[in-house]
Design a protein around this ligand. Structure first.
Ligand code: HPA
Ligand code: MG
Length: 226
């Protein structure tokens, strides 16, 4: 792992930068569910560092918008774990400061991946009536942003409900050649364009029950292919 900005994407990407040559940690240095043995290549981001980085993002968010009530919009399914942990840290900060932050949590479900490939379109496949966002300060919480196209489409959709303000927190931003999409305001990690699983990120619905963010092995890809 390395720090310092080496992102190729333009604009406001930040976060901990994971370089292209980062090999990850050997699996035997950590614990993970027995049922995935042989299905993983390495531990890419251990659970602990994800939590620590998320705690800091919560502080940045509180510093910026902690004076306003917010509606957290969790992008399912992959964003659920990041959203839970981020909201917990925001709540803890709110308790320990004299800011009393009213938070609502809503959900939107998007789907754009089959196997490890992105499909072109934004599919909103469920979620609540987003009219709750009108005149509100909205924090969109998303696990992975790669081209940013999905985020751009989602922002456009959210804007139609005329929120007062919209910020985006993304746990992972992938360095991809094709920019043009929208990037998060708060970034956990900037990573190479690799497919990762765990911490609620899936490969065909598997691996969400893995705490660390890992790279899937060829065997794992074949085993869970559809
Ligand atoms: N893993 C899981 N889901 C994803 C990814 C990924 O790397 N990128 C976009 N959706
Ligand atoms: Mg998925």
């Amino acid at each position: 792992m390395a720090d310092g900005p080496i992102n190729k994407t333009e604009g406001k990407v930040g976060g901990i930068v994971i370089r292209d040559d980062w090999p990850g940690y050997r699996l035997d240095l950590f614990t993970y569910p027995e049922h995935y043995s042989g299905d993983l290549e390495c531990v890419y981001l251990p659970h602990g560092i994800i939590m620590d980085r998320t705690e800091r993002l919560a502080r940045n968010i509180m510093d910026d918008i902690g004076d306003h009530d917010i509606v957290v919009l969790c992008v399912l399914k992959g964003g659920y774990q990041f959203c839970v942990d981020l909201v917990e840290y925001i709540k803890a900060l709110s308790r320990n400061s004299n800011k009393s932050l009213l938070m609502r949590v809503d959900f939107i479900r998007l789907k754009s991946y089959l196997n490890d490939q992105s499909t072109e379109d934004l599919h909103i496949v469920g979620g609540e009536d987003l009219s709750v966002l009108t005149e509100k300060n909205v924090l969109i919480v998303e696990a992975v942003v790669d081209t940013g196209k999905t985020m751009k489409a989602l922002l456009k959709h959210v804007e139609t409900f005329r929120p007062k303000m919209v910020k985006v927190a993304g746990l992972l931003v992938k360095r991809v050649a094709s920019g043009m999409g929208s990037l998060p305001d708060y970034v956990g990690f900037e990573i190479p364009n690799r497919f990762v699983v765990g911490y609620a990120l899936d490969y065909n619905e598997y691996f969400r029950d893995l705490n660390h963010i890992c790279v899937i092995s060829e065997r794992g890809k074949i085993k869970y292919k559809i």
